[in-house]
Design a protein around this ligand. Structure first.
Ligand SMILES: [Zn+2]
Ligand SMILES: [Zn+2]
Ligand SMILES: [Zn+2]
Length: 253
């Protein structure tokens, strides 16, 4: 199983519009972060995780011309803003998206034409499926266990898929989720910046989670420019912990 990080940036992306800090001015491609999203592949199976506003560019850059389904963590625009670009994969039979009930409700109201009973010609045809915490289901050939995550006031989802736990936009990871992923091989988890933030874990929070879960490898995502240069920050992280960067593919046993 392989995971490709299509985007590893926070909601503004990096560089941030109008900012000329060292990170935003860096020419290192590892400092240029599109909005957080990933592709999981296993043989011919391809599962997209989130469909943010950079989806079109991410699919083109990574030459992704087929997808089987999309699982969505929550309805914030940086995770669903590219939903219209799933249209290519929705012909002729529709395209399956999976999320919690709140996210499905918001999407139905924000992009109703994607869910129309009589689709407008050329519009995406999306088939929504509601996920419940800890109710495992087979999605595109992957066994997906939805994990409850707290994103400040929002209940959102992380995912356990085989030896991978994928968590973004967590402020707090509830104890039952920690128990479910303890000792997992690969943990992807959000770390916004060194400083505290009201709705996202900072670097210290993420490292504390990693210390408890003790994965073989941990990858940090949903990063903002305040994290600093990849080359400097990454070398300061503990063994087995790395900043993810866009278009990186990792192997999950
Ligand atoms: Zn986000
Ligand atoms: Zn900046
Ligand atoms: Zn969010």
């Amino acid at each position: 199983m392989q995971l490709t990080f299509l985007g590893t940036g926070t909601s503004t992306g990096v560089p941030t519009i109008g900012c000329h800090c060292t990170t935003c001015s860096s020419t290192d491609p590892r400092d240029q972060r599109l909005r957080t999203s990933a592709l999981l592949t296993d043989g011919s199976h391809r599962l997209l995780i989130d469909c943010g506003p950079d989806l079109r560019q991410q699919l083109l850059t990574n030459h992704i011309d087929a997808l089987d389904a999309c699982i969505i963590t929550h309805y914030h625009y940086d995770h669903v803003g590219g939903i219209d670009d799933l249209r290519k994969f929705s012909y002729p039979n529709g395209f399956d998206i999976y999320a919690n009930a709140d996210t499905i409700d918001v999407l139905r109201s924000n992009v109703p034409y994607c869910f129309a009973e009589l689709p407008y010609p050329g519009a995406p045809v999306l088939h929504p499926h509601v996920l419940e915490p800890f109710q495992a289901c087979d999605i595109a050939g992957f066994n997906v266990v939805p994990l409850p995550i707290n994103h400040y006031l929002m209940d959102i989802l992380g995912f356990k898929i085989g030896n991978l736990a994928y968590i973004t936009d967590a402020k707090v990871i509830p104890p039952e989720t920690i128990e479910a992923i303890r000792g997992i091989d690969t943990l992807v988890v959000n770390a916004l910046r060194p400083k505290e933030h009201i709705s996202h874990m900072n670097l210290t929070d993420a490292l504390n989670v990693i210390n408890v879960v003790k994965p073989r490898q941990a990858w940090l995502v949903h990063i903002c420019h305040d994290m600093g240069l990849y080359a400097e920050r990454n070398s300061s992280l503990p063994d087995g912990v790395n900043l993810a960067y866009d278009n990186l593919t990792i192997e999950i046993p």
